[in-house]
Design a binder for this molecule. Sequence first.
Ligand code: FAD
Length: 424
Amino acid sequence: MIIQPHTASYYAATVNEVTHFAPLRGDASADVCVIGAGFTGISTALHLAERGYNVHVVEANRVGWGASGRNGGQMIGGIAGEKHVAKHHGRDVEELFGELRWAGHEIIRERVETYAIDCDLKYGYVDVAIKKRHMDDIHHDFERLQKSGFPHEVRVLSREETRVVTGSDAYIGALLNMGNGHLHPLNLCIGEANAAASLGATIYEQSPVIDIQHGDKARVVTDNGSVSADAVVIAGNAYHYLERKLRGILFPVNSFIVATEPLSEDIVAAINPHDLAICDPNFVLEYYRLSADKRLLFGGRLNYFGDDPRVIEVQHRRKIARHYPQLANVKIDYAWGGRIGVPVNRVPQMGRISPNVFYCQGYSGHGVNVTHLAGQIMADAIGGTLERFDLFASVKPFVVPFAYSLSTPMVALGVLYYQIRDRL
Ligand SMILES: Cc1cc2nc3c(=O)[nH]c(=O)nc-3n(C[C@H](O)[C@H](O)[C@H](O)COP(=O)(O)OP(=O)(O)OC[C@H]3O[C@@H](n4cnc5c(N)ncnc54)[C@H](O)[C@@H]3O)c2cc1C
């Protein structure tokens, strides 16, 4: 099995520290064994370690190697799939989703403060509108936030105000939300891993799990060792390849990001004077923001399934130039991609494969926020408080036959469908 270093991203190049957790060797035992050291796994482990559990995390590559260390760093509120839940499930599930829309943000804020995690956390975010129907959604969201007593500044922006805060003519309006924000996701993930380790959690890197043996004591097996545990949490999301039962319920959808060279003060003032995260409402969306050192981090889906930085650069450069002609020839220093776990109904998936083997995955593009909440819900479930876990688990995932082996053509078709819908 090939163990991989971090992808060559802006985040990997600006990491506060490189982690060196030793691989798993020999047989260990734990209260809980978590598979995967992304936000889901590390968040779960930190919640459990804070509650005094002996928790071991087994990661195939490095902490934050997957989507958690590669993403847009946009701290977006809300849980994907809310519309599905409102249509197909009872009011209790709908209300729970409503209450939890910003719960992950609070967990991140508390952790950054408690453990002094340096991850460039900043508040301020705009949901931009391209079409009238997006503006209708924005007004609806605004009213909902007002009614719920949302404690942060939220404002509907006119076309001109949106042009000023985004520097782009592409939008007809926006919702400014100062409760959302942006951050350096790899530094957050590593900071949380170090916090968990400081509380006694054991983390193994470079240890791909090759088997999960179910039983009263489940056994998580790697080439060089094993962890026996009372409970196991599978947190491999779109990178998980092991458990057959998880294969047909999640599509691994690629998304790609470029980081430009640091921009001049004049350009920063013209394109994003308030340092906001910007995200459009399309399914095949564009999301962008500035890094702490004032690079433009521009992300979105591409009609591409590889990982060649030159291809990513060429395609994203065109999109950047559409918004910002002054950046048509800007130097691109980093270009990378990663896999997002997308369920057909978009609802995050929590459940069990056997009585003590749990899984948690599939946040679509909202994982920064929702993984943090999910970790708390998993820790609660392991401690026997099942209310929120059971409500999530009650939303049964769609199983798509052959989704695993045919995922690339199926995703291509799915994306085409949504690209057409986005244009309507
Ligand atoms: C390019 C991109 C941009 C995104 N932008 C945003 C954004 O701006 N805002 C937002 O909210 N969300 C965004 N997302 C989504 C978000 O990053 C994810 O939802 C979130 O990080 C998922 O975290 P995770 O821990 O569940 O999975 P991952 O971070 O993918 O972690 C899974 C880990 O499990 C490990 N693993 C898998 N199988 C095994 C095994 N058998 N043995 C051991 N380890 C294993 C992997 O190596 C990996 O490290 C983006 C995603 C991508 C790819």
